[in-house]
Design a protein around this ligand. Structure first.
Ligand SMILES: Cc1cc2nc3c(=O)[nH]c(=O)nc-3n(C[C@H](O)[C@H](O)[C@H](O)COP(=O)(O)OP(=O)(O)OC[C@H]3O[C@@H](n4cnc5c(N)ncnc54)[C@H](O)[C@@H]3O)c2cc1C
Length: 320
């Protein structure tokens, strides 16, 4: 094979949407020459379904030692799949896991990594990648100086996931020498069933303009009515009003939903770095000069405490 190998991320056997997007983009770029590598424990059932998104072959590393993510164990498994598939490029979804794993795999292979890519073109047999730099103020066009395989992480929610209706051959990855020195003993889910901002198609975010933690209830109400996730600015997170996992921005999560509603958020460059590639941006701010209005598709100049409750009512009416 000289196509693309895609690392596919799963949690409890459920494939992450960002990985389906990565497989779909690989399929758009390489047609039938796409393989996937799925790593974990007891995850074999999820493998065949990847064919529907364009993977012709799925390597499965199924081992109790891989039940929880470790960059050493997962890096070993992906490197083994690279050895078997000999791809020209290895794609990762640029999730927290992908951003940790891609450079480790690149280092194991002795190549560089192109991270947080938002568009891909071809120059001969090399991918040329476009990626935001300086908190999204500029774009860099980068390649791998002719070195293969190219290791590339794709920003989630930028590339569409598309069903191709294909089917995949599933191959067990055996003979892994799993010398995992740092072992994750326990994972505690703090999600409480909430939608993760990194996966959400609709996000309603609140900032310092909310005045206090109790008013995130308003943001939650709108997010729930829309079937979306709750995001936050760093000011709200630093004030202890909401957990860091909700933070959007340079030091939080990078998101690209279809709809991003920013309420009481000024639009600092570090916040924009995490959400400016959203398809539709709606800003609610009482300051008409707030920088967030410069990138908003729709701006509501007003007090969020007056604006959001009727929005919730209208959304509920439409949904009901
Ligand atoms: C290295 C570094 C990394 C950073 N990383 C991040 C990051 O990842 N994410 C992030 O968000 N920030 C980040 N920041 C912080 C960033 O610079 C801003 O300080 C932060 O985004 C401001 O948050 P905010 O918009 O909620 O607050 P503010 O800037 O204080 O804005 C509050 C806004 O609410 C409006 N408002 C007030 N009351 C109301 C009301 N009743 N109705 C409507 N509007 C109202 C105000 O007009 C104002 O525009 C980072 C900073 C640094 C230096």
């Amino acid at each position: 094979m000289a196509g693309i190998l895609v690392f596919v991320e799963q949690r409890n056997g459920v494939i992450r949407q960002a990985s389906l997007q990565a497989i779909s983009e690989a399929h758009r770029q390489a047609g039938g020459d796409v393989a996937a590598v799925l790593v974990g424990s007891g995850i074999g059932d999820a493998a065949a379904g990847l064919g529907a998104f364009g993977a012709a072959k799925v390597f499965v590393a199924d081992d109790p030692n891989l039940a929880r993510y470790s960059s050493e164990g997962y890096g070993e498994a992906v490197a083994k799949a690279v050895e078997s598939a000999a791809p020209d490029a290895v794609f990762f979804a640029g999730t927290a896991m992908g951003r940790d794993l891609a450079p480790r795999v690149a280092a194991k292979l002795g190549v560089g990594a192109l991270a947080d890519v938002i568009a891909l073109t071809k120059d001969g047999d090399q991918f040329v990648a476009r990626r935001p730099v300086y908190s999204g103020k500029a774009f860099a066009t980068v390649d791998s100086a002719g070195v293969k395989p190219q290791v590339i992480s794709l920003r989630p929610n930028v590339f569409a996931a598309e069903q191709t209706g294909g089917s995949a051959e599933v191959v067990a990855l055996d003979g892994l020498s799993l010398a995992i020195r740092a072992v994750v003993k326990e994972l505690v889910d703090t999600g409480g069933g909430e939608i993760d901002v990194a996966e959400a198609d609709i996000i309603v975010s609140g900032g310092r303009g909310l005045k206090g933690p109790e008013n995130f209830a308003l943001i939650r109400e709108l997010a729930n009515a829309l079937g979306g996730a709750v995001g936050a600015s760093r000011a709200a997170v630093d004030a202890g009003w909401i957990a860091h996992k909700h933070q959007v921005g340079q030091t939080g999560k990078v998101v690209s939903p279809s709809l991003y509603i920013a309420a009481g958020i000024s639009g600092a460059i570090q916040h924009l770095a995490g959400m400016s590639s959203s398809k539709i941006i709606v800003a609610i701010n009482k300051d008409p000069d707030a920088p967030i209005f410069k990138i908003a598709d729709y701006g509501i100049v007003g007090d969020l405490f007056d604006v959001i409750p009727p929005m919730v009512e209208e959304v509920k009416k439409l949904a009901g």
